[in-house]
Design a protein around this ligand. Structure first.
Ligand SMILES: [Zn+2]
Length: 198
């Protein structure tokens, strides 16, 4: 009984925590008020992400802070956590990939041009995200960050985690070095084609 009550409290806390985040908002207003956002974001509409992975969780979690950054542009900092599966390029089985990018992005209207030469050094060091100047769609920004965090060559961390039938086949077929191995696999991997088309 006690245990049940304890779990119920935990559940309530997490439900409270899981309040849906705003879909669209004015980033300038958020930066002005130093807003913080924490919670789940649906990946349903993240079509580019879904094209680049085999499966993705329905929700990713984000913790974001808004403040004023360079030239007064809204600065978004924080972390996103997502888990996706991709195709291992060594054995072609699915491999789980945890994405945990740190975010530090200046948000600016797409029409805004950055101040002239004297600012060049500063702007080089920052990542910018363009929006329509009115409202920012949170899932677009998160999707962009997750795409950047995807590994170029997804692989099981260790060959012992790979599909051992494929590993044995590769060994039996005398794949002399990993580079050749990888290029054979890449040609067989439909996701590699998608990737090179980008
Ligand atoms: Zn593998």
């Amino acid at each position: 009984m006690k245990r049940y009550a304890f779990f119920r409290i935990l559940q309530c806390m997490s439900e409270q925590h899981q309040k849906p985040l705003p879909v669209r908002f004015d980033p300038i207003n958020f930066a002005h008020h130093g807003r913080e956002l924490e919670g789940p974001i649906a990946t349903k509409g993240m079509l580019r992400l879904r094209e680049n992975v085999v499966t993705s969780n329905d929700l990713v979690s984000a913790k974001l802070n808004f403040s004023r950054g360079l030239y007064g542009y809204p600065l978004v900092t924080g972390q996103v956590k997502a888990s996706v599966t991709m195709r291992c390029e060594r054995c072609l089985d699915e491999v789980q990939v945890d994405l945990n990018p740190d975010i530090s992005i200046l948000v600016k209207s797409e029409e805004d041009t950055l101040p002239g030469n004297e600012g060049e050094k500063d702007t080089d060091r920052h990542e910018f995200y363009g929006y329509d100047g009115k409202t920012l769609k949170l899932s677009d920004l998160i999707e962009e960050e997750l795409l950047l965090a995807l590994p170029l060559v997804p692989k099981h961390q260790d060959i012992s985690l790979c599909n051992q039938d494929v590993v044995a086949w590769l060994a039996a077929n005398d794949a002399p070095d990993e580079r050749q191995e990888a290029s054979i696999e890449r040609a067989d991997n439909p996701f590699a084609i998608l990737k090179s088309a980008d």
